[in-house]
Design a binder for this molecule. Sequence first.
Ligand SMILES: Nc1nc2c(ncn2[C@@H]2O[C@H](COP(=O)(O)OP(=O)(O)OP(=O)(O)O)[C@@H](O)[C@H]2O)c(=O)[nH]1
Ligand SMILES: [Mg+2]
Ligand SMILES: [Zn+2]
Length: 336
Amino acid sequence: MPRRRLSERQIARIQRIQERRRSKVEARAELALAQLDDEAARNGLIVVRHGANLIVEDSEGACHHCVTRQHIGQPVCGDLVVWQPCGPNAGVITALQPRETLLSRPGTNGQDKPLAANISLLTIVIAPEPAPTGFLLDQYLVAAERIGVPALILCNKMDLLDETGRAAFLGGLEHYAKIGYPLLPLSLKQDPSLGPLREHFASRSGILVGQSGVGKSSLIKALLPDQEVQIGALSTATGLGRHTTSAATSYRLDSGGRLIDSPGVRSFRLGAIERTELEQGFPEFRPFIGRCRFSNCQHQHEPECAILAARAAGRIAPDRLLAFQQLAKAVVRNPD
Ligand SMILES: Nc1nc2c(ncn2[C@@H]2O[C@H](COP(=O)(O)OP(=O)(O)OP(=O)(O)O)[C@@H](O)[C@H]2O)c(=O)[nH]1
Ligand SMILES: [Mg+2]
Ligand SMILES: [Zn+2]
């Protein structure tokens, strides 16, 4: 269905309604707080956020429905917070702890929207079906480099390919492993135990990202059979609609690590970034950066371009250079 464009008046009206709603929640939070004493303040972790409603996990693993005070910022999944209980399994978030990392994606208004906080491993899930599109993988890898966390590439649903198809699929990705992004082929259908995967997540704070339908939630469900996780099978009750993940949700692993399931995307766009930042997002480019003849080299077809020379020498994969060139056109702020 084509998306309807809203008039400025309609947008202003929606904003006023949202503001009213926010003030109501804020008033509720303040009222609850007025009746509490500071001594009750506790630490917690945001499990999931649905608009103004958040679920906070306490240090014993129990979950509480919380509202938040507006002026403390926007807590997101994975954030560490201070909260005060008010009533059974309910509370008010009163402070946001400093974040170690923050993964964002651009919102519809052009501003970055925080997705998950404090992650220490970005896991990009791909599959033969739905087939990878639009340099999504490369964009996520740039995002990982920007926030300084390691990335892991999970190739799920390998059961859908025969031996030749599998060799072709994985062969096309081999260069990622060479530049330091581990590649883990798996099939939940054939090996639901996920042995090698568990090791990667042990005592880390991981997130699964990627296209809708690649099996992110299924992977979490297989790791945590006792938890309720929404899997995208067709609804058996109605035959309509898919249980696709709607909000980033954090799960506690037995190993002490955590894993965040995130809503699938059709495409991911890095927010507008500088060319130098995009270049740094391709770690295999780094030895060659600053060595081109022109200081503002676009690495397209300029003479004496060190990046093009590195591709010709087999030190940069052609697909990665192509991804860089496409992304440079799409996301670089003030391209010259
Ligand atoms: N053949 C095959 N199917 C799988 C495998 N893993 C998951 N699936 C199926 O893929 C479909 C989508 O799985 P989900 O786990 O909901 O995918 P998701 O990535 O969480 O999707 P979103 O929540 O929309 O982002 C389900 O029907 C799963 O049963 C696998 O290894 N092989
Ligand atoms: Mg899902
Ligand atoms: Zn160049």
